[in-house]
Design a protein. Structure first.
Length: 289
């Protein structure tokens, strides 16, 4: 709960901002109830909290508040002007957002990016097409609202239908699109790419961002299939211009598991939660694991 002093400081800062708006940001509005500054950016708007400038002023003498608030407001107005110019130059940014599935990133990098976990092993990162991964700071600067929803919708609509699906003689399905960094985004929608009923799930490899490999799991054939797919994944990873991951995964029950291999035997280790799955009878045609 705010103290009386904190409430008084917040009230004074809002009053200072309101007095300076007509001069420094005439098109902006101040929502006095929420304590947020609303700055128009083209067809969008930036909602800027006054918490940071309020906290900064609370730590210094009151006589310095007007100068601090003026400098802060001028900086925010300049940022919005720059964002508007860049949005005009780049075009509709929301239409250029995509998602990419990537190996789990270092925590420090994850905090900087527009990123969310995909299970325990991978991350889903938002991309600004042609500009790379979108940072939280960049999203704020460009005033991109709800980038996750736009990125997912654009990927489902524009990217997934463009992927090429081929099957080889070794029962491996390849999902690919040369040069595309978004093919790994097929993973959250994997059911639409399965080669028919897969009651025991599929082995999955992500050797490059432009290719996903699938191999249906069959009891009694896990060792051979896993070793072959791992070798293919590692060769693809080592020779790719866009390497993604050299591990092997097992997708079943809408969950992705890492597949380890015995140090001495080289045999794949069936993930614990899937051992019972291999003992079950196959489900009727049309059902997926």
């Amino acid at each position: 709960m705010e103290t009386e002093h904190e409430v008084a400081v917040a009230t004074d800062i809002r009053a200072l901002v309101a007095d300076l708006l007509p001069v420094l940001a005439p098109h902006a509005m101040l929502d006095t109830d929420s304590g947020r500054l609303v700055l128009p950016v083209g067809d969008a708007h930036a909602d800027i909290s006054l918490d940071a400038i309020t906290a900064a002023c609370a730590a210094v003498p009151q006589a310095s508040w007007p100068g601090r608030v003026e400098a802060w407001l001028a900086a925010k107005a300049a940022q919005v002007t720059a964002a508007l110019a860049e949005r005009d130059r780049l075009g509709p940014l929301e239409e250029r957002l995509r998602v990419q599935v990537t190996p789990r990133l270092p925590e420090a990098e994850r905090r900087q990016l527009m990123c969310t976990p995909y299970g325990d092993l991978l991350d889903i990162v938002i991309m600004l097409d042609g500009r790379g991964r979108l940072s939280r700071e960049r999203a704020d600067q460009l005033v991109i609202h709800d980038p996750g929803s736009h990125a997912l919708a654009n990927t489902l609509r524009d990217e997934l239908p463009s992927f090429t699906v081929t099957d080889d003689d070794h029962q491996v399905r390849s999902i690919s699109k040369p040069g595309s960094p978004y093919v790994t985004s097929a993973l959250p929608a994997l059911e639409r790419f399965l080669p028919g009923p897969c009651p025991y799930g599929v082995l999955v490899a992500l050797p490059r961002y432009s290719e996903v490999l699938l191999c249906p799991v069959r009891p009694g054939g896990v060792d051979e299939a896993a070793r072959a797919l791992l070798e293919r994944a590692r060769i693809g990873f080592c020779t790719a211009d866009d390497p993604c991951d050299d591990r092997l995964f097992w997708w079943a029950n809408e969950t992705l598991y890492a597949v380890g291999f015995g140090r001495f035997t080289g045999r794949p280790k069936v993930p614990g939660p899937l051992r019972a799955l291999l003992r079950r009878p196959a489900r009727p045609a049309g059902e997926h694991a």
